[in-house]
Design a protein around this ligand. Structure first.
Ligand SMILES: NC(=O)c1ccc[n+]([C@@H]2O[C@H](COP(=O)([O-])OP(=O)(O)OC[C@H]3O[C@@H](n4cnc5c(N)ncnc54)[C@H](O)[C@@H]3O)[C@@H](O)[C@H]2O)c1
Length: 404
């Protein structure tokens, strides 16, 4: 059987010319998943699909699911096809048959799990934000770099084809010198003062579990994409607000002071001289998950909206005057990022596929020896920006962002 294949066709690393790799010849990649909530499901779905759509040299094996509640974890394992169940992440890490630890648990346990997993020589995929703050994230970076283990942070929005296409256009110089970056991430689910803090789902409102509010939760995504598209951020000045000052704790029923930021907005200066505005809130009535970004350069502009995620808006000032205008690009063609691996041109994919692409890139990085991004170190860079925003909101001054 002929097994030759090329990973470079059309300049895209994830295409093959001849036969797809056969599972018979593939190396197993044994996953140990921690957490069975929203991201536990999103990642599991990606792990299950990746080998069906992307030609890779590793075959994902859903080896074990881990959660503190044995019955719930077993039900999750059954739904998604995990072979076994653990109720203590330390036991999961101690297992020799696990290659990758995937951290899909709340922010306050990322560091402890990642550091222990690195010491055990496991590859690590970690949800965002990397740490509760920059100092904690730095301890994680040191641990994985000392252990030299493959690592990645789940900043999945980079892998939405329209956003990846934006990166391609910017890198090709289509926009020219960049002047402005504008990003927003708007939600409306915490306006009701009866929403509790702490516990399943609402741990995001408990500062001791989340680290911060919308700054580390939503703006972290905007910051990661922004630095990927437009380079590093030097200085920021921000403001935050906590509109509901006290909320009952889901686990105790007792009213407690709210320590997270409900809304956060900041101005930033990028190292390339461009100016930026970022805004996030969970109090924008009518908006469920509206992540938007716009970039303005000397030759053109691009804009993207998560609510219409398969379209990229593009304006090229060098177009002929009569027909010059914003183009709405339906990013579904085979030569556009990732799309060759899905259906036929014209058929859109969605949110879940960004996670499939991230797993595909992670495995392609293992196959080729060229690690996929974002690494823990890049995750640290985002935590340094959120630290500076939160500090500025307290001091009322412009704050410098720590360099990684
Ligand atoms: N990339 C994204 O777009 C995105 C979206 C949502 C959440 N997140 C991140 O993913 C992580 C999880 O968020 P979620 O929305 O899935 O939360 P969730 O509340 O839906 O699920 C969290 C899971 O972690 C489990 N858990 C908590 N503590 C644990 C422990 N000590 N040991 C084992 N399991 C434990 C919970 O039982 C639950 O199964 C967070 O870091 C969050 O910021 C990322």
């Amino acid at each position: 059987m002929q097994r030759s294949r090329s990973f470079t066709e059309a300049g895209h690393p994830l295409t093959f010319k001849n036969n797809p790799p056969s599972p018979f010849f593939m190396k197993p990649l044994n996953i140990g998943m921690i957490g069975y909530g929203f991201m536990g499901r999103a990642h599991s779905n990606a792990f299950r699909k990746v080998n069906n759509f992307f030609p890779l040299q590793h075959q994902v094996v859903l080896k074990a699911a881990c959660g503190r509640d044995g019955a719930k974890t077993a039900a999750f394992a059954n739904t998604w096809g995990y072979q076994s169940v653990e109720t203590d992440w330390k036991a999961l890490i101690a297992r020799e048959d696990i290659d990758v630890i995937d951290i899909a648990a709340p922010n306050n346990v990322h560091a402890e799990i990642a550091i222990a997993a690195a010491k055990a020589g496991k590859m690590i995929l970690c949800e965002k934000p990397l740490g509760m703050n920059g100092a904690e994230a730095l301890t994680m970076v040191k641990a994985i770099e000392k252990a030299k283990v493959a690592n990645m942070v789940w900043y999945n929005y980079r892998r939405i084809p329209a956003v990846t296409l934006a990166k391609q256009l910017i890198d090709e110089g289509k926009l020219g010198k960049i002047f402005h970056y504008r990003a927003k991430f708007l939600q409306d689910w915490t306006i009701n003062a009866d929403v509790p803090q702490g516990g399943p789902g609402t741990w995001r409102l408990d500062v001791s579990v989340a680290g911060s509010g919308v700054t580390g939760d939503l703006l972290a995504h905007c910051i990661d994409t922004a630095m990927w598209l437009n380079g590093s951020i030097d200085t920021v000045t921000g403001m935050t607000e906590t509109f509901v000052k006290e909320r009952a704790h889901a686990l105790t029923g007792k009213k407690q002071k709210v320590g997270i930021d409900d809304a956060s907005a900041f101005l930033a200066r990028f190292s390339n001289g461009s100016l930026a505005t970022f805004e996030s809130t969970r109090y924008a009535r009518g908006h469920k998950a509206q992540y938007t970004l716009e970039i303005n350069g000397e030759n053109g502009s691009i804009a993207w909206d998560l609510h219409d995620l398969h379209r990229l808006q593009y304006f090229d000032h060098r177009d002929g005057g009569l027909t010059r205008g914003w183009r709405s690009i339906h990013v579904t063609d085979g030569d556009q990022p990732y799309m060759k691996n899905w259906w036929v041109p014209g058929l859109a994919i969605g949110y879940e596929h960004s996670f499939v692409h991230q797993v595909a890139d992670f495995i392609a990085g293992l196959d080729s020896g060229k690690p996929a991004a974002p690494s823990f170190r890049e995750g640290l860079a985002t935590d340094y920006v959120t630290d500076a925003v939160l500090k500025s909101a307290k001091t009322g001054r412009w704050e410098k962002v720590k360099k990684i």
